[in-house]
Write a protein that binds this ligand. Structure first.
Ligand code: DGL
Length: 276
């Protein structure tokens, strides 16, 4: 099978494995080439200019593997640099996290009160609000949006503390205003937040629908690419650094054993074999 038939996925780090998990379940016959920029994560606290530069370099790296489709798993990149990825992709379809999640949120929200949570960069960009407003207009629906940056959710998920009391305390603090606003739908606008979905649901209440942006985007990939074919296992995972605890964290996010991961540099296409 040629590399042309792969789906390229990239993220600021290994959070994007939560999106790969959804791709594995919806399009198991597709070969995934993943790049996680673990040397420069997090993106969510960086300036727009820096994230756009990183997005350009990440896309260039992925393009060397000739993907037939690019999934921008990182919500921060999807929010501030999707145009950068699209212009480099030069006609290759690009799926970001924002548009599919917004369509789904408007579709399922009965009250039209929609909450969005994400990194600082994602929330400051207002990319979700803008897309929700445009989409609601197209669909002839009335909506109200409420956004909140939840930066501590990322380290909590990486530490594996999603079931601990500290996660609930932090979630109560962050989500208070959205709960008060009585949103009936909440977009999880960050790769890491599905890991915390249990505590987020507990704090928001059972009546609130959580939208997993990665799962909805994976559904979009399935619609584009179809779902026929045998399950594949020859996926390729690249990262720019192999930090401590990488394996266990990756496996938690992916929900299964992490295949061999290779470390690469940005400048070239060669691969450094890494003993893990
Ligand atoms: N992947 C990022 C996102 O989805 C979260 C981690 C980071 O800040 O880089 O926004």
């Amino acid at each position: 099978m040629s590399a042309e038939q792969s789906i390229g996925v990239f993220d600021s780090g290994i959070g994007g494995l939560t999106v790969v998990k959804e791709l594995f379940s919806r399009v198991p016959h597709e070969r995934i080439v993943y790049f996680g920029d673990t040397a420069r994560v997090p993106y969510g606290s960086k300036s727009v200019e820096t994230v756009r530069r990183y997005a350009r370099e990440d896309t260039e790296l992925l393009l060397r593997h000739h993907p037939k489709l690019i999934v921008v798993a990182c919500n921060t990149v999807s929010a501030v640099a999707l145009d950068v990825v699209k212009s480099l992709a030069n006609g290759i379809p690009v799926i970001g996290m924002i548009e599919p999640a917004c369509k789904e949120a408007i579709r399922v929200s009965a009250s039209g009160k929609i909450g969005i949570i994400g990194t600082d960069a994602t929330i400051s960009s207002k990319a979700y609000e803008t897309e929700l407003r445009n989409e609601a207009k197209r669909m002839g629906k009335e909506i109200e949006t409420f956004a909140k940056a939840c930066p501590l959710f990322v380290p909590l998920a990486e530490e594996g503390w999603e079931e601990k009391i500290v996660a609930e305390l932090v979630a109560r603090e962050y989500l208070h205003s959205l709960h008060e606003a009585k949103v009936d739908t909440l977009i999880l606008g960050c790769t890491h937040y599905p890991v915390l979905s249990h505590v987020i649901q507990t704090v928001m209440g059972a009546g609130v629908t959580l939208i997993n942006s990665g799962a909805i985007a994976a559904q979009e990939v399935k619609i584009l690419e179809g779902d026929a074919g045998a399950k594949r296992s020859d996926h390729v995972f690249f990262v720019s650094d192999i930090p401590r605890k990488f394996q266990s964290l990756g496996e938690r996010f992916l929900g299964r054993e992490l295949p061999t991961v290779k470390q690469v540099t940005y400048e070239e296409a060669w691969v450094i074999e890494h003993d893990s």
